[in-house]
Structure formats: C-alpha cells, structure tokens
Design a protein around this ligand. Structure first.
Ligand SMILES: *Cc1c(COP(=O)(O)O)cnc(C)c1O
Length: 352
C-alpha cells in the first residue's frame, strides 16, 4: 500500500522504529527534558522567539483549534473567519458552539482570496482573525501578506491554523505578525495522529490566555503552559507520539528545515508538471501549498479513487461535499519520492 494522503502520511523508517518500542512512564526527569527540547525546536522551526509559549495537546488538530477558540476568545471578542472550505467552516462551528461573535469572509468554491476581499471589510470591529493558512479541503494557500497587513492596520490578533502548511511551506511566525499558531502530528511531521500543538507569542498569552476563567478542563491552555514550564502536561500525553516527535525533530535538525521544505516543493512541482500533460486533468489556478495538488477530473473522482485503491493499493485523498465527483487531492508530504509519483501518474493515465 502507498498513501498519497495528507494525514496520516507515509512515515519515515526512523519513526516506525521508534513506534515499535515499549512506551515509557512519563512523570520523570528524562521525559521532561525531551518535552522541553521539543518546545525549543518547535519554536525554532516556527520561527518564533524563545519568549513564545508552547502547549502540547493530546488530541488531533481540531482539539487545539477548539482549545484556542474556547480559551482565548470570550464575549468581548469579535472574530473574522476566513472560510474557504471545510477547515474554515470548522472555526465557524467552534465560534457558534462557544458563543463567540463572528463574521465570515466566505469564499466560493475555487475562489481566490485577494486584497480586494479585505479592503471591503471594516476591520475596526474585530479583535481577532481566524484563518487556516492552507485550506486543505481545496489546496489554497492564502497570501499571508494580505492577512498580515489587515491585522496590523486594525491591531487584530492573528490566529493561524498552519496544520497542513508547517514544514511544507515557508512559515515565519514572528516576521509575519502571527500571534498564535496551531500545528499537528500527522501532516508534514509524518507521525501518528494524536498530538497537536499551540504556539503563542508573549502578548497573545498575556492578553488572551493568562488569568482567564477556565472554560474547560482537558483543553485548558493555561494549565498546559504551567505544566510545560517543567516539561510536563496536566494529563497523560500521547507518550509514544511525543517520542516520535523528538526523533523527527532531531532528524529535521540534521537535514535542515529549508531542505525539508525544498524536497516537498520539488515533489509537488514534479507531479504538477507531469500531471498537467495528462489529457482530461486540470489543476486550480489559485496559489497552492506544497502539501498537496488538487486534480480536477470532472465526474470521475470516485471511480479513479476506488480503482487505484482496489487494483494497486494506491490511496489518494478524496473530497467530500460538492467536490466529491470532480476533485481528488494528491499529497506531497511524508516519505514519498519521485518514482512513487511516476507510478501514480502512470496508473491515473490508465484509469482515464
Ligand atoms: C488536518 C487539518 C486539521 C486537523 O484535523 P484533525 O482531523 O482534527 O486532525 C485542521 N486544520 C487543517 C487545515 C487541516 O489540514
């Protein structure tokens, strides 16, 4: 089996080896040291200052999205949500559930986010912007400069779900004026699902998290941060995934973050160039993340998906909703190489 999905993805041998071992007890100095080291490395790879804080949450990416909306926002906030697909919609749902006042900048299917969209919005009524920098459901990577400028102009906190962009696209948290970033284990980190993380700068922590009344127990960010000062978590973390994370971060340190991104970019470009030559396939014209390529196969998506899976054990990513029959997504993260794409392209051609 070969998975060209966006999470979980093909894992590296080193991760598989770590996974095969007995899970240790975690209330120990040794484990604390690992956690503190992870905090340092994640901040470095996100390009945020040492004074930023990191909460390590056991739960998939959505748990951290929920932690941020429920802990950082209250009745004094009004959020502007960039809703360009199913992950944008998830922020909308969270704001509804937690009674956070919000408006959506809703993009149509295949619609590109432009400067004009934001120029038509009066930002003075908002306190925060919520955005999935790469809207994974359609593959659009938003232009951070447009968002950054808007938030700066109106002095709005910028909260970014970078779950499907971290380590496959460039990401400069501080330089880009991002106050809070959410990431998760099963995307470009290529680990098992189960761990997500929230990085926040000092001003965000002090203004939006510190000394706020608790809204929940398991997802209480302040408790996580207090524990993290000594390299611990309030509850049992996904210890195995933490160890996978340590191993992977050490490997990325050796390879260089830039090279990890470059490698993904090269795979994405290679696939895009080749697939564009195939009759009957187009790709969208908005800016794409290196993480995945949406391929438009008008009406044939289910058939291609099923045949690749049943005949060759090749799994690509289907879409739900309105895109179900027309669009498939091909991932470029995880342990894949060019020959894997040659095989995939060959099989897609045969199915068309
Ligand atoms: C994968 C992903 C998530 C997290 O989804 P989970 O199923 O909770 O892991 C959140 N946002 C984006 C943009 C994603 O790609």
């Amino acid at each position: 089996m070969k998975i060209f999905t966006v999470g979980p993805v093909e894992m590296y041998d080193s991760t598989l080896e770590v996974r095969s071992k007995q899970i240790p007890y975690f209330r120990t100095e040794e484990f604390s040291k690992i956690m503190l080291n992870i905090e340092k490395q994640i901040k470095k790879f996100l390009e945020t200052s040492e004074s930023s804080k990191l909460a390590v949450i056991t739960g998939s990416g959505t748990a951290s999205m929920e932690a941020v909306v429920s802990n950082a926002l209250d009745e004094n906030d009004r959020a502007l949500i960039i809703n360009g697909g199913s992950f944008g919609k998830r922020f909308v749902q969270l704001c509804e559930i937690y009674n956070i006042k919000h408006d959506e900048l809703k993009l149509e299917l295949q619609e590109k986010l432009t400067k004009e969209h934001l120029e038509n919005i009066d930002g003075s009524k908002y306190t925060v912007m919520l955005v999935n920098i790469h809207e994974t459901s359609v593959g659009q990577l938003y232009d951070i400069n447009i968002l950054k400028e808007f938030c700066k102009k109106y002095n709005i906190y910028l909260i970014v779900d970078a779950i499907s962009s971290f380590l496959s696209d460039e990401y400069k948290m501080d330089e880009w004026g991002i106050d809070c970033t959410i990431i998760s284990s099963q995307k470009a980190l290529a680990l098992a699902p189960g761990l997500s993380m929230i990085a926040m700068n000092k001003r965000f922590y002090e203004d939006k998290i510190k000394n706020k009344p608790a809204k929940n127990l398991y997802l209480n960010i302040e408790e996580h941060l207090k524990n993290m000062e000594r390299g611990q978590t309030p509850f049992t973390p996904a210890v195995g995934v933490v160890l996978e994370l340590q191993d992977r971060l050490n490997n990325i340190e050796k390879i260089g973050k830039e090279n990890v991104i470059k490698d993904t970019k090269e795979k994405a470009e290679y696939f895009r160039n080749e697939i564009k030559k195939v009759d009957g396939i187009t790709i969208p014209d908005y800016n794409l993340s290196n993480t995945l390529t949406p391929i438009i196969v008008k009406g044939k998506a289910t058939k291609i998906f099923n045949n690749l899976k049943d005949k060759y054990g090749i799994i690509i990513t289907p879409n739900g909703g309105d895109l179900k029959e027309d669009v498939l997504r091909v991932g470029h993260i995880g342990n894949l190489n060019k020959s894997d794409y040659d095989e995939l392209i060959k099989r897609i051609k045969e199915e068309l």
